[in-house]
Design a protein around this ligand. Structure first.
Ligand code: FAD
Length: 439
């Protein structure tokens, strides 16, 4: 089949790879000049099955109220005259019940565990390199209240097969000696040895290179303007190329992976995707003192930040780079990607308070990206009302963690094969080939 993948972010790139592996003729369309240039550009770098507790959880409504109007809040809601934002907000509140939170954690852990194993298989098959580290992920807590709140979700994750162990402050420092600087303030920690980290952008670009070598066509600098329907199916995609020329691109099947922009292109087809952009920030700075810098990828749940160490060859081969990447926080304020100085400074302050002297903040690079967030944090993968339009979008905070598993699953669904993971795929169950039991 000729399959058109819309979007060359992490989700588009992994969809294209697995579709090509299953023998399809694949074309990827993206408005940027290079793959993974939008939300997949400078994320937190974590492959974190253990980060399965969604933002929507029983403690969230109160925290959101307390943070309302605070410029440096980890999760900031800027209320706008935007019905889409209000509707999303109401759905978010509905997802905060204990029962829904449990159900969402279950979906997120299942897809995450599967996806991590698919990524590991991909590494074995291709030797793909992206500054990966396989030293696990450590969640640390500097207040007893936050630590206590993490225990129940961690227990549920363990019951689902994600080995997120509760550890003492001393053990946390043994696993990550850079935490010694804040040992007196550590209330506790959890550690998931199987989790990983690395440079998601490098991963996506390397994967796109492998795809190209295998015959996948990339139409970069092509902006999709419409998906046109005829006879109840998508007939073609309309786009403008880099020179502004109008183009019609035809395939037998289409995979929608336009990240935060997916709902904008699905809506004219009568497909309402509950996705709203959740702006996140990242800071990347060179390591100044390697002994003070963390090696293990870390999560600071209280401040909604993740920390990764990216060590690898610079673009062009030399010299080796050694960077700290700190990413997170969320701002629900529509599609603007402006850098808010207050929020950037709040992240740098937290980094310096936790790991004084580790990074060179004077050379910090700041970035924002729009997470395609669903109210439940469960992504939308599967079929749609239009028989030849497939969805692989809405991955929110965990788009890299879930990328390989989502890409492989959508490729199998497009091919009429059963997905390998028991997950609530989108669309009528009859349209998805019979699922296998949990992988
Ligand atoms: C601060 C931050 C930290 C994060 N940290 C992590 C982490 O540690 N671990 C993790 O698992 N996830 C993390 N995420 C989430 C993850 O980065 C995203 O879920 C993921 O990048 C989404 O990928 P995507 O392919 O859906 O979207 P994108 O990467 O945005 O890809 C969509 C593509 O569609 C293209 N496009 C859009 N509109 C058009 C159009 N009209 N025509 C043509 N092309 C178009 C864009 O150019 C883009 O390349 C983080 C996100 C942020 C913002």
């Amino acid at each position: 089949m000729r399959v058109i993948v819309l979007g060359a972010g992490l989700l588009g790139a992994t969809s294209a790879y697995y579709l090509q592996q299953l023998g399809h003729e694949v074309t990827v369309i993206d408005r940027q000049a290079t793959p993974a240039a939008e939300t997949s550009f400078a994320n937190g770098g974590q492959i974190s099955v253990s980060h399965a507790e969604p933002w929507a959880n029983p403690g969230a409504p109160l925290k959101l109220l307390q943070w309302l109007g605070r410029e440096d809040a980890p999760l900031l809601l800027r209320l706008r005259a935007d019905p889409g934002q209000w509707l999303w907000g109401l759905r978010f509140l509905r997802e905060c019940t204990p029962a829904r939170t449990r159900r969402n954690i279950e979906q997120i852990v299942r897809l995450g565990s599967y996806s991590r194993s698919v990524l590991q298989q991909l590494r074995r098959d291709t030797g793909i390199a992206y500054d990966q580290r396989t030293q696990g992920i450590l969640h640390f807590y500097t207040t007893p209240r936050e630590f206590d709140a993490a225990l129940k979700p961690a227990e549920q994750m363990r019951a689902l097969g994600c080995e997120r162990r509760v550890i003492s402050a001393d053990e946390a420092v043994r696993i990550e000696p850079a935490l010694a600087a804040i040992r007196p303030r550590l209330a506790g920690a959890t550690y998931t040895a199987e989790d990983e980290s690395g440079d998601a952008n490098r991963f996506a670009r390397e994967l796109a290179r492998l795809c190209e070598a295998a015959g996948v066509r990339f139409l970069m600098s092509h902006t999709v303007t419409a998906l046109r329907e005829a006879g109840g199916r998508i007939d073609h995609v309309e786009a403008t190329d880099g020179e502004g020329r109008f183009r019609r691109i035809r395939g037998d099947a289409y995979v929608l992976a336009l990240g935060a922009l997916s709902p904008v292109h699905a809506a004219p087809l009568g497909i309402r995707l509950p996705i709203y952009p959740a702006k996140g920030y990242s800071v990347t700075m060179p390591v100044k003192d390697a002994a003070k810098a963390h090696q293990v990828s870390l999560t600071d749940d209280e401040y909604k930040l993740v920390f990764s160490r990216l060590t690898g060859p610079d673009e062009g081969g030399l010299p080796r780079r050694d960077m700290l990447r700190i990413a997170g926080t969320a701002e629900l304020s529509g599609y603007d990607r402006d850098l808010n100085r207050v929020r950037c400074e709040a992240i740098v302050r937290r980094v310096e308070a936790l790991f004084p002297g580790a990074g060179d903040a004077s050379q910090a690079q700041f970035w924002t990206g729009l997470r395609p967030a669903t109210p439940s944090n469960v992504p939308i993968i599967g079929t749609s009302r239009v028989p030849n339009l497939y969805l692989n979008t809405g991955h929110g905070t965990l788009g890299w963690t879930h990328a390989c598993g989502s890409g492989k699953s959508i490729a199998r669904i497009v091919s009429g094969l059963a997905p390998e993971v028991d997950f609530a795929f989108a669309g009528p169950p009859a349209a998805t080939p019979r699922r296998l039991a949990a992988a």
